[in-house]
Ligand binder design. Structure first.
Ligand code: ZN
Ligand code: ZN
Length: 401
């Protein structure tokens, strides 16, 4: 068994984020909001966590397709690597474009576009649902006959590159602008200005957009985010609101063709009223959290522990047993839900604290083989969670209510 060094992507992410932050301060530009950064990073944590459990099966699928169905036997020569790079980018272009043009795909991709900030934290706004979809598209490559080892290497380069295009601190880059997707081109893609909508889908090269008529140069300052902004930092809502909107619209649709359009039609044709109805139902009135130092510190600490936990889990994944993996996953996801709910000032986070305590107790009792620990933990949780005075103290502590 060995350490899994892909965990180092996490510190690398934060080093570049730190550099971007320093650059933004030097330029006297306020590019980060606390809430948005927490929401963006939370989504990235969940994706990295889930990816840990599913990436091997994606790679396994590439090998299976290559072994069983490869159309050609493509040698790993220099020119074939170049062709693979171009083919990967072309597939990305269409995957990404269809993700904007088909409701079912947009439901997954919309998460990447919810942020109204635009900085490196936005590159973390990827969900595992998108990964499933993206990898289905990548299957074309082993089917053509590119060896999975080549495909996986190119995907790492391809995936890493797109991180660097999510920034406002890099201006236009001279002649690179004619060849590559630069930060300037990707800023256009994330903008909600009318002229910038549905433009610049490429990941690495800009010429696909020019070829297929979706290129737009960055001219006026972009406004970032969705045309109908999401008024919530709820972890669950951000992930699933569009699926829920589709489900509600699907039920409302009467004819087969209407139902078909809800699933495979264009996002701009989906009934915009549906979200308002769902918001009233699932996002009851909330007061804005007072951003006291204590509130921010409490939230930041949770993020730091979660990131450290994810880093350790990835690094030591070969040493973790099933109980550790289940425990770590439940604890991390609950903490992310908690952080989103904190930003929304939800009072039910009080009960999430006990849920987390229960997970810790359960893991301890599992490893020590002691049912007594679980019993004692459960009793403490029942007595404490039902106490009004503890609840009042907790809410006062967190929200300063
Ligand atoms: Zn997009
Ligand atoms: Zn992006």
């Amino acid at each position: 068994m060995a350490l899994n060094w892909t965990a180092l992507a996490i510190p690398a992410f934060f080093i570049f984020l730190g550099l971007e932050y320093i650059a933004s301060v030097r330029k006297k530009r306020n590019l980060f909001t606390f809430e948005s950064s927490v929401a963006n990073i939370s989504i990235g944590i969940a994706e990295r966590l889930m990816n840990l459990f599913v990436s091997a099966s994606f790679y396994g699928l590439f090998y299976y397709i290559y072994d069983a169905f490869a159309l050609f036997e493509i040698p790993a020569t220099f020119w074939m690597w170049i062709i693979l790079l171009l083919a990967t980018d072309l597939i990305w272009y269409w995957y990404h474009r269809l993700s904007h043009e088909i409701n079912l795909f947009w439901a997954a991709h919309i998460v990447h576009h919810q942020s109204e900030d635009f900085n490196y934290t936005v590159s973390a706004r990827i969900t595992i649902i998108q990964a499933f979809l993206r990898n289905a598209f990548w299957c074309i490559l082993p089917l053509l006959g590119f060896h999975p080892a080549m495909v996986i290497s190119i995907l790492v380069i391809h995936g890493t590159y797109s991180f660097f295009t999510h920034t406002q601190v890099i201006g236009k880059l001279g002649w690179f602008e004619h060849v590559l997707i630069t930060p300037s081109h990707h800023r256009v893609h994330h903008a909600s200005n009318e002229k910038y909508l549905n433009k610049n889908y490429g990941d690495l090269f800009i010429f696909w957009d020019k070829l297929f008529g979706t290129f737009q140069r960055e001219e006026e300052q972009p406004d970032y985010g969705l045309t109908h902004p999401l008024k919530s930092y709820s972890f669950m809502w951000q992930h699933f609101h569009y699926f829920m909107e589709m489900f509600a619209a699907f039920r409302k649709a009467e004819t087969f063709s209407e139902k078909f359009r809800v699933v495979f039609g264009k996002p701009e044709d989906l009934d915009q009223q549906v979200r308002k109805v769902l918001e009233r139902k699932f996002l009851p009135y909330k007061t804005q959290a007072k951003s006291t130092l204590r509130f921010k510190a409490y939230l930041t600490l949770q993020m730091i522990f979660t990131i450290a936990g994810l880093f350790s889990l990835i690094l030591f994944i070969d040493y973790a047993d099933l109980a550790d993996k289940v425990f770590a996953t439940l604890l991390i996801i609950t903490t992310l839900v908690n952080c989103g709910a904190l930003l929304e000032q939800r009072r039910w986070i009080y009960y999430l604290e006990y849920l987390r305590l229960f997970f810790v107790t359960a893991l301890l009792s599992w490893h020590l083989g002691s049912a007594e620990i679980l019993m004692a933990g459960a009793l403490f949780i029942i007595f404490s969670a039902t106490s009004d005075s503890v609840k009042r103290w907790y809410l006062k502590f967190v929200y300063d209510l």
